[in-house]
Design a protein. Structure first.
Length: 473
């Protein structure tokens, strides 16, 4: 559902009683949690239970399952997920009564009002980088508010209200939400075309990031990972427009540079220098080159804010991840099972590289569920090609989400592009079949990974249950 952002976004304290449509999602639940922690009366509804709801209920937030006009009750303001349908009864009721109706982006802007916003944007890596930055700042003695697109393992929450004036926010470009936030400073991890169902063209998508950089405070700054061509181009543009830019990466052109990168099982190590001066070592408890670059971007922002290198590194080193980002689900029968939100070819490549490092001598057995018809139409072949980095692959049908199905665009498009022998690639059309395929293909020493932004996340625990039932627990 498209809801316009009002010309003036009121602070959350002036919104009255707030009802959140889609409160079970990562973004809306974060807004609701911060509102509740600040004393704003808030309730919400979702069409199904999610892992974010128990923590909200503990704060006294009424979370309804299912949508109904009566749930709006005496609300003054609705905050609505982009996934809501046009005929949502709660939105229709709010409009009938003339209530204030805000999109998710404006709801987040309302809770950020009066804060120095540190926004984390990029096609890939936003959630992990937001989590890394939050962990680093907390270790450096700061107490920021934060809103992350996944649960931080360290805190068990995806959002909280801190005592400082800093607000760390994941800035989502998918629907243009990040153009609303007016940050003091921002990180851009990479810029590579995605969400073309909204932006239409690759050029429009890149222009959105240029527009985002133009919203940063003129006395603020931008951190860009210049190993990525799109982010490097954005850094160049921003500097030409007079914005302070800090660049990071393995590139010799980077201000904060990564040296001697080593991926060793579940850890990653490197040295970091700034303008040619060695700063010290960084060791992460998460695997993968892309996560190292995310961490160094967070380090660069913390250093620019005046935090000590050692304190920031301690926070980064203690970071153990966020939900659905190379998340270990368990082990049974000598098989480890991981889950990842990867849904774009670049993300698939990065997470399979990390999975390979984790697997050691074992094989990588991957299941992938394409997300969105439009994304699969554009990137399906590239998705399949990247999945060829695994040893065995199971591809599911498209998770349709907010779009209508297209019989000509299915998971078969992805499966047919996987460059592995036919016997090592399976195409299935339901979660149960995917579970059975994975459990049947996996053997002791292997690593199983489920990839995708849809409900494929439920498959991992079922695979573990099958393996355990087979006598491998």
């Amino acid at each position: 559902m498209r809801i316009p952002v009002p010309e003036e976004v009121l602070p959350a304290s002036e919104l009255g009683r707030v009802h959140c449509v889609g409160i079970g999602g990562a973004g809306i639940s974060a807004i609701a949690r911060i509102m509740a922690r600040r004393g704003v009366p808030v309730s919400g509804s979702d069409d199904h239970d999610t892992p974010f709801l128990p923590a909200l209920r503990e704060l006294g937030v009424a979370c309804h399952l299912g949508y109904a006009a009566e749930h709006v009750a005496d609300a003054d303001t609705l905050v609505v997920t982009t996934a809501a349908r046009e005929d949502n009864p709660e939105v229709l009721e709010a409009r009938r009564r003339g209530l204030r109706v805000l999109p998710r982006s404006a709801g987040l802007a309302a809770v950020m009002a009066g804060s120095r916003v540190l926004a984390v944007a990029g096609t890939h890596g936003k959630t992990t980088t937001t989590g890394l930055l939050t962990s680093a700042l907390l270790a450096a003695g700061l107490d920021p508010s934060y809103a992350v697109g996944g649960v931080l393992t360290a805190t068990g929450r995806n959002a909280d209200a801190g005592a400082d004036d800093l607000f760390v926010a994941e800035a989502d470009e998918s629907d243009g939400a990040f153009l609303v936030y007016r940050p003091h400073a921002a990180i851009v991890t990479n810029v590579e075309a995605d969400h073309l169902d909204n932006w239409g063209t690759e050029e429009a998508y890149h222009q959105a990031f240029s527009d985002f950089a133009a919203t940063i405070d003129r006395d603020g700054f931008l951190v860009c990972v210049v190993d990525d061509p799109g982010a490097a181009d954005l850094a160049r543009q921003a500097r030409e427009q007079g914005l302070e830019v800090v660049t990071v990466g393995e590139s010799t052109e980077a201000d904060l540079r990564v040296h001697d990168l080593v991926l060793d099982g579940s850890t990653s190590r490197c040295r970091v220098s700034r303008d040619g001066t060695d700063l010290g070592d960084l060791t992460l408890r998460i695997p993968g080159r892309h996560y190292v670059l995310d961490a160094v971007a967070a380090l660069a922002m913390g250093l620019r804010l005046g935090c000590a290198f050692d304190a920031l590194v301690a926070g980064l080193s203690g970071f153990t991840g966020t939900g659905r980002r190379m998340e270990l689900k368990g082990e049974a029968g000598g098989v480890r099972v991981y889950d990842s939100y990867a849904h774009h070819p670049v993300e698939i490549r990065g997470d399979l590289e990390a999975a390979r490092a984790l697997a050691g001598e074992g094989r990588v057995v991957a299941a992938f569920q394409p997300h969105l018809v439009s994304r699969t139409r554009i990137f399906g072949t590239a998705m399949g090609e990247e999945l060829g980095a695994a040893d065995e692959v199971v591809v599911l049908d498209v998770y349709v989400a907010r779009e209508e199905p297209d019989p000509s665009v299915t998971g078969r498009l992805v499966a047919d592009a996987v460059p592995l022998p036919a016997g090592r690639v399976a195409y299935v059309d339901d979660l149960g079949a995917a579970t059975r395929e994975l459990a049947g293909r996996a053997r002791p020493g292997d690593l199983v990974i489920t990839l995708g932004a849809g409900d494929v996340t439920t498959v991992g625990p079922e695979v573990l249950a099958l393996l355990a039932a087979a006598g491998g627990a």
